[in-house]
Design a protein around this ligand. Structure first.
Ligand SMILES: [Zn+2]
Length: 406
């Protein structure tokens, strides 16, 4: 099949005007500009680009869409989330599953082709498989007062392997599902649990962790007090075995061996210069979820500074408990708003190539290149637009986004 469109965005080079791309059996064969080499489907005045990569979401929380309002502080949001989940008003499983399916469908319909999905319960791999959405499933552990980390991690790992094998058996050709056991956050995971998870080295997916999300997390790590400690006590998980490291979260993760090449450092809102330098030195990937940060009241990461510092940056929506949609173009719009000096090309690269590489799928996704998956998205562009990259990060209406069936 050959598709022609006004603009073609390979991502690894500047946009091609009047571009075309040839695919065969779901794989890109060749691409170029000018007259197509054969009969082509004309997508019209559209931009054709590789499908987007949502590097951080929690699909299993999709039933919380609209149920946890924006908050003035992270602790306020977190306490509301826990209350909503614990109120006994939990919807029945079929309703939860339906919300997850709708979340996956929303992501797909708005051009996402690969997700980094955080899963505590492991109900999502089967849904991802049946929806044909490729994913890295991060089986996330919490455990502030865990005693036997070795057993906890071993059990989680065999659970993940079993669930992924089962999901893969039901997945269509070309749908990739990989996974890894990961830790939730410095304020919810015991040091020993971090160390155990970090030591598992033969998994084919990166580590991931929420880091530097809130000032409450920083206070806990520095001095062991504050609203986060109060929450841990209220939850009955506080233990005096846990001693504050007296450092920032990035240094703490580094001490624990968790900051490895490719580790996804999600949020990175409250980081100082040395934290950011260390992330760059360790070749970690920062995953920015800017709309979620605003929703939960943490403030925004220093997006422009992170780009200027040379950090590898991917983008995630986070869950529908803290964001209004799973549409990655909405995320790009927010990043354009908060980081007007970052080029549109850089933002688009984060949403495609860097995300794909971060999830270990750079060989199939993230750019338009021969041999990669023909996972394409077309976006209708108004006739007068000259700078197509800027247009794509400036607020694309959802109805203009069309996944291209190949
Ligand atoms: Zn998250």
């Amino acid at each position: 099949m050959i598709f022609a469109s006004r603009w073609l965005l390979p991502i690894d080079r500047p946009p091609l005007e009047r571009g075309w791309i040839e695919t065969d059996g779901g794989t890109i064969v060749r691409l170029g500009s000018g007259p197509p080499p054969g009969p082509a489907t004309d997508l019209g005045n559209a931009a054709l680009l590789p499908g987007l990569v949502n590097a951080h979401t929690h699909l299993e929380l999709s039933w919380l869409r609209g149920r946890v309002p924006p908050a003035g502080s992270f602790i306020e949001w977190l306490r509301t989330l826990l209350a909503v989940r614990g109120r006994g008003a939990l919807p029945a499983l079929p309703e939860q599953l339906q919300a997850m399916r709708a979340g996956i469908e929303e992501a797909r319909a708005t051009g996402t082709v690969l997700v980094g999905d955080i899963s505590n319960t492991l109900v999502t791999p089967a849904l991802l498989a049946s929806a044909g959405m490729s994913a890295v499933v991060f089986h996330e552990l919490l455990g502030f007062n865990v005693v036997d980390a070795t057993t906890v991690v071993a059990e989680a790992r065999s659970r993940l392997r079993r669930v992924l094998a089962d999901a893969r058996a039901h997945a269509a050709d070309g749908v990739g599902l990989r996974g890894r056991v990961v830790a939730h956050a410095p304020y919810s995971v015991a040091p020993d649990l971090f160390r155990r998870i970090a030591r598992l080295s033969d998994d084919d997916a990166p580590l991931s962790v929420h880091v530097g999300e809130s000032v409450e997390e920083l206070e806990l790590l520095r001095v062991g007090t504050g609203p986060m400690r109060a929450l841990l006590e209220d939850l009955g998980v506080w233990t005096d075995r846990w001693q504050p490291p007296g450092t920032g979260p990035v240094a703490w993760l580094d001490t624990l061996g968790y900051l490895q090449p490719g580790t996804l450092a999600v949020h990175a809102v409250h980081l100082d210069e040395s934290d950011i330098d260390r992330l760059v030195e360790r070749d970690a990937v920062v995953v920015i979820c800017a709309r979620s940060n605003v929703w939960v009241g943490t403030g925004l990461p220093r997006v422009s500074h992170l780009y200027a510092a040379g950090a590898r940056i991917a983008i995630g929506t986070d869950s529908l408990a803290s964001v209004g949609s799973l549409n990655m173009f909405d995320e790009l719009t927010e990043l354009r708003r908060v980081a007007p000096d970052v080029t549109a090309a850089s933002l688009l690269e984060s949403a495609t190539r860097t995300g794909a590489e971060a999830l270990g799928a750079g060989d199939r996704y993230g750019t338009l290149a021969p041999g990669k998956a023909a996972a394409l998205v077309a976006v209708d562009v108004p006739a007068g637009v000259r700078d197509v990259e800027e247009y794509l990060v400036g607020g694309v209406p959802p109805e203009a986004i069309r996944p291209v069936p190949t």
